[in-house]
Design a protein around this ligand. Structure first.
Ligand SMILES: [Zn+2]
Length: 488
């Protein structure tokens, strides 16, 4: 048995002010064949898992290139094609193969292509033909298009948000692909369009229960895998929205019924899945009204993981102006300010301009006398089993407010984004994180309360504020709920 694996992934925010090119990938994650380290990253989990399973189960793995870029605007078409074609050329050179494993995020848009993953999977199918098994792992914040589902044999999404289960889902993908090759199963897929979009955090109800229910359905009655494609709010594409995907063992009718049943359940609970949002001031008021801290207050509007700049200053400015103490906020993406802090050294008090630089949605920069309280070089934060770079970083203190400044744009995932630069989270009343929900697994355990407050960044919480041109209409909550539809 000979299997090829590769990865090409990012999550495109159609409205992000940050351009994306090949260098954006190469500077974040770019492993050429054989260079993948012995640890998983989200989108490369199928390759990493297959490498281990190949040793254990005696099949041959041919490794292709792996690319990942932090979410930002559409990828330059020529650069997208160069990365895609690098992988396709590697696949051609590897032929014949029994199976192809692709780690794709699923919400990548290029300047000339709204469905990059559909394009990739279709081209892979053309190269390998119908007799080769194609298995794909996607992030639930994907556009679950018909083209990619029709051209793949098995598609599995992470179930958890925060995405703590990317390795487990990759293990399942490899298992199902191997079973298909051994003729033990014959996977068929059913895809149901819910006609809506919402956020589906799974640390709270009803999301938690829905994930448990999807998991409980698997492995019996011919059900091989169940996934909820949340969709990606900031992606302006024709197949935008929430979809249910069911993979059965040659039981298409039963899969169709289950996809419809689950899809209707999602629709019935619309408006209940998302997060309880406060205004910026309400977030600060409620955090300091708690008898004790720390209270973690997330700002989804400036989440780099959704394509925001992560340098909006509104929250920090409010905390300073209100004289708040025992507060910290991070990460603020500002490579220039980080370089100045490194040059000045720990303990230096100086005038610094920070934040508020990358776009109009960043707000105004803050000019203040700051004290440099901590530095780190080539910082990394943990996210489940993954390790995510945030580059050189610095912590500054302005009155009672401490700020984590980073040089490689990313959201708050692990507590290292603060601790690596010497910010003591346990002593804080207010911990402001620029993230929507991925912070939750690491930060909720140390918080007395978690709140979500809109900070005015480039990813507004009200989806109806985005200037969409391509999303399907009608679509809830932009319109009345249209009927659900079985697409495949
Ligand atoms: Zn995601």
């Amino acid at each position: 048995m000979r299997i090829f694996a590769a990865s090409l992934a990012t999550e495109t925010n159609s409205f992000s002010p940050i351009p994306t090119n090949r260098r954006s990938f190469e500077e974040t994650v770019y492993f050429r064949p054989g260079e993948h380290p012995d640890r998983a990253t989200h989108c490369t989990a199928p390759l990493w898992v297959a490498r281990r399973r190949a040793r254990q189960e005696g099949f041959e793995l041919v490794e292709g290139s792996c690319f990942w870029a932090e979410p930002s605007g559409p990828v330059l078409q020529a650069d997208y094609e160069s990365m895609r074609d690098e992988i396709l050329d590697q696949l051609r050179a590897a032929l014949p193969v029994d199976a192809v494993l692709l780690g794709l995020h699923g919400a990548m848009i290029a300047t000339g292509c709204d469905d990059c993953e559909g394009d990739i999977v279709e081209r892979v199918r053309t190269i390998v033909g119908r007799d080769t098994t194609i298995g794909v792992e996607l992030d639930p914040h994907c556009h679950l298009t018909q083209k990619r589902v029709r051209n793949a044999d098995i598609v599995i999404l992470y179930k958890e948000y925060p995405h703590t289960d990317f390795i487990e889902r990759a293990e399942e993908l490899v298992t199902l692909v191997l079973k298909t090759r051994r003729a033990e199963i014959r996977p068929v897929m059913s895809l149901y369009d819910c006609g809506m979009e919402e956020l589906f955090p799974t640390g709270r109800q009803p999301g938690r229960g829905f994930v448990d229910r999807m998991s409980a359905l698997e492995g019996k009655d011919g059900v091989l895998s169940v996934s909820l494609g949340h969709g990606f709010i900031q992606g302006d594409v024709p197949e935008h929205g929430t979809r249910v995907l069911v993979v059965t063992n040659d039981a298409k009718a039963a899969g169709d019924t289950l996809a419809r049943t689950l899809g209707e359940e999602v629709r019935d609970k619309r408006g209940q899945w998302g997060l309880p949002y406060l205004s910026l001031d309400e977030g600060i008021d409620q955090a300091y009204a708690e008898p004790r801290g720390p209270v973690v207050v997330a700002d989804p509007s400036d989440n780099a993981g959704a394509g925001a700049t992560s340098d909006n200053t509104n929250v920090i400015r409010s905390l300073i102006e209100r004289g708040c103490v025992d507060a910290c906020v991070g990460p603020v993406w500002d490579p220039v300010a980080v370089a100045f802090c490194h040059a000045a050294g720990v303990g230096t008090t100086m005038n610094l301009r920070f934040g508020g630089k990358a776009a109009a949605s960043s707000g105004q920069p803050i000019d203040a006398e700051v004290t440099v309280i901590g530095l780190c070089t080539d910082g990394r934060q943990s996210f489940g089993a993954a390790s995510v770079r945030f580059g050189d970083a610095a912590a500054i203190r302005i009155g009672g407010v401490e700020v984590s400044l980073i040089s490689e744009r990313t959201q708050a995932l692990g507590t290292e984004i603060f601790s690596a630069v010497g910010i003591d989270l346990a002593s804080k009343r207010y911990i402001g994180v620029k993230s929507t929900n991925h912070f939750y697994a690491a930060f909720a355990p140390l918080a007395t309360k978690v709140l979500w407050a809109e900070g005015g960044g480039s990813c507004p919480i009200d989806h109806r504020k985005y200037p969409y041109a391509k999303i399907p209409r009608p679509l809830w909550p932009h319109d009345d709920l249209p009927p659900g539809r079985l697409l495949i």
